[in-house]
Design a protein around this ligand. Sequence first.
Ligand SMILES: Cc1cc2nc3c(=O)[nH]c(=O)nc-3n(C[C@H](O)[C@H](O)[C@H](O)COP(=O)(O)OP(=O)(O)OC[C@H]3O[C@@H](n4cnc5c(N)ncnc54)[C@H](O)[C@@H]3O)c2cc1C
Length: 339
Amino acid sequence: MQLQKNFSLRKHNTFQVDAKASFFTEVYTLEELTEALDFAKDKNLSYFILGGGSNILLTQDFKGIVIALRLSGISEQRIDENHIVVTAKAGENWHQFVRYCTTKNYGGLENLSLIPGNVGTSPIQNIGAYGVEIKDAFHSCKVLDTLDGSVKTLHVEDCHFGYRDSIFKNSEKGRYIILEVSFLLTTDHHQISASYGAIQQQLEQKNIKNPSIKDISEAVIAIRQSKLPDPQITGNAGSFFKNPVIPIEQFNILKRNFENIPNYPSHQEIKIPAGWLIEQCGWKGKTLGNVGCHPLQALVIINSNGKATGQEVYNFSSDIIDSVKEKFNIQLEREVNVL
Ligand SMILES: Cc1cc2nc3c(=O)[nH]c(=O)nc-3n(C[C@H](O)[C@H](O)[C@H](O)COP(=O)(O)OP(=O)(O)OC[C@H]3O[C@@H](n4cnc5c(N)ncnc54)[C@H](O)[C@@H]3O)c2cc1C
């Protein structure tokens, strides 16, 4: 195990904020991971498992060991004429993995193209985009149970997936380290999900009537590139907040004052786009000091000039939460993991 001390995490989080870890190591095998965890235990240090760093906000130095998971490899198992299980190790880059699948014409993950981060993190918040969530194609995942050091396999029913949610984020937070994830994908008779307005527009522009897996992936990539800031250039972590889900009674009261409030039914409740709420409070495109709200997508907070600290970003997000609460009496929840 190679240990680095007093290590800058700037290049390891897409917000590009500078914070230091007392110790940093990259692990390529289960044995190295176990060694790093033992080191933390022996030294009485806390540890943090790092994937691609695209869903974290570092507000201070980390006084412990950051363990970057680099486990790699992809394997396949044919199930029947129309299905295949594809398994990727936790350290595989998510988009490269999706590309691997779309290139082979395996269907199920194409709407999730270009989401940053690693495969091992994808179940944690049940990543989703353009009408699809990973739970729709999830088969199982192999995890290290830190309670007893055993390796277990969890299936979809064990993971309690919800909107940007799972046991990994909630009831069992911190317990499991995900080592690999398997997806059940179609090899023929694909169920194309193209009902999302922006995807339809893209396909119409290209005059595509019967889209293939690759067409959907390319449409999603084009939409994302036109709407979202590239974290390689402008520091950000994608959607900073979850879309709030409120009771119907509360929604009916709001509708009296805000006639045009956009809304979507969500399991007997109503989901409101957080970006709309934030925009209505005047934040879209606004910059305070080194931090800003993206001019095209109000849900995205950006490190405007690369000089922001995590604490500045956090304070900016708190101001947004306060103003949405004041105007709409809705409590926004951060999607990003704050450290
Ligand atoms: C530009 C941009 C666009 C985005 N768009 C979307 C989107 O459309 N939909 C969406 O859902 N998300 C989106 N995100 C958020 C992000 O890409 C996902 O949440 C992604 O899954 C995070 O992966 P990561 O490897 O970077 O996680 P990290 O930021 O490294 O880690 C996130 C959390 O998971 C934990 N963790 C990491 N790996 C493991 C593991 N193997 N086992 C256990 N715990 C682990 C970490 O400790 C941390 O708490 C976007 C982010 C950006 C920057």
